[in-house]
Write a protein that binds this ligand. Structure first.
Ligand code: SF4
Length: 329
């Protein structure tokens, strides 16, 4: 780096309430029942978090036949389809559901409207576990649209009772464009009362919109599988600021910083602050002399833990014992 450099920290950044809760569920299950605890899919899309929990005794699996009978199984924050939930119950696992309550909210909406005869267009990324989980709430009548091209081609059976749902971690701007295309083609389409894109995704994107124009380079801490982290990098890039996503400080490249007097730093909702601290330490080695936090929204939201893993704040005692199967949110 050349001359005095400043790091501007986006606010908010990093862990959201759903990620906090999901990790706490695995840690409490490990503390209470001992290793191994099985987790279906990466609990959240972050390499550091997953490796840390693996070291503590969590085993991450994709298929339920990898889980021995009588085991404790946790569903990841992204949620699961009805078929996976039913199969896990049939196999008799003790289940804890770490699905983010904001994803569950979408599942509940889909189930409710389906009973009223609605068909769905889901805006999301093919193959993402959250999309598989939400689409898998129904056996039919839910169609994935990834972009405006898909909107032009999609062929619902009827158009009077059609509703839109979205993945929670999309680009707010992209989703708005796709929704506009849906409304233009299907004017009667029903939209969710509250948008499905979650508060954490919205707030982190809003923070990057403020940050990116003020800096010469944006670094996003996040794993390649993390949808919301990828959206942050793309957003900064679209705003005209070169942007890179790194899983950890070792991935930073010195040449990125050559002409950057001000570096913006943010982190996806699944990236822990310890990785941000390591990135800051590395940028300091590369010449940064000051770190400044941007002003931004303070997030205070916290989601309750499932029954069987709750601790009474007053007594420090567990509130209820585990029953198998257990699927509380
Ligand atoms: S990013 Fe949003 S939907 Fe995903 S876990 Fe966090 S709060 Fe929940």
């Amino acid at each position: 780096m050349v001359g005095a450099k400043e790091v501007l920290l986006a606010e908010p950044r990093g862990f959201c309430a759903g990620v906090d809760r999901a990790i706490e569920i695995v840690e409490r299950a490990l503390a209470k029942f001992g290793a191994p605890i099985y987790v279906r899919h990466e609990i959240v899309h972050n390499t550091f978090v997953v490796n840390d929990l693996k070291a503590k005794g969590a085993i991450f699996i994709e298929e339920l036949d990898e889980v021995p009978p009588g085991s404790t199984l946790i569903f990841s924050a992204h949620g699961v389809s009805k078929a996976v939930q039913q199969e896990a119950e049939r196999r008799g696992f003790a289940i804890f559901d770490a699905t983010c309550p904001l994803v569950t909210k979408v599942h509940v909406e889909v189930a409710k409207l389906a009973k009223e005869g609605y068909e769905f267009l889901m805006i999301g990324h093919k193959g993402h576990p959250e999309v598989e989980g939400t689409m898998g709430q129904l056996s039919e009548g839910i169609h994935l649209v990834e972009d405006e091209g898909d909107v032009a081609k999609v062929a619902p059976r009827q158009t009077e009772k059609l509703a839109v749902v979205t993945q929670t971690t999309l680009s707010v701007d992209d989703a708005a464009g796709i929704k506009a295309a849906i409304k233009a083609r299907f004017p009667l389409v029903r939209e969710p009362k509250q948008q499905d894109i979650c508060y954490a995704t919205q707030n982190r994107q809003d923070a990057v919109k403020v940050l990116a124009p003020q800096v010469d380079l944006v670094i996003v801490v996040g794993s390649p599988t993390s949808s919301n982290s990828n959206r942050l990098r793309e957003l900064a890039d679209r705003l005209g600021t070169p942007a890179y996503m790194v899983d950890n400080a070792l991935e930073l490249k010195q040449e990125w910083f050559a002409d950057a007097a001000r570096v913006g730093l943010t982190a996806g909702a699944s990236a822990p602050e310890v990785l941000v601290d390591e990135v800051i330490a590395r940028i300091r080695q590369l010449g940064a002399v000051a770190v400044r936090k941007m002003d931004g929204i303070e997030e205070t939201i916290k989601f309750p833990l499932p029954k069987g893993l709750k601790i009474d704040a007053a007594t420090g005692l567990e509130i209820a014992v585990r029953k198998a199967p257990e699927t509380g949110h």
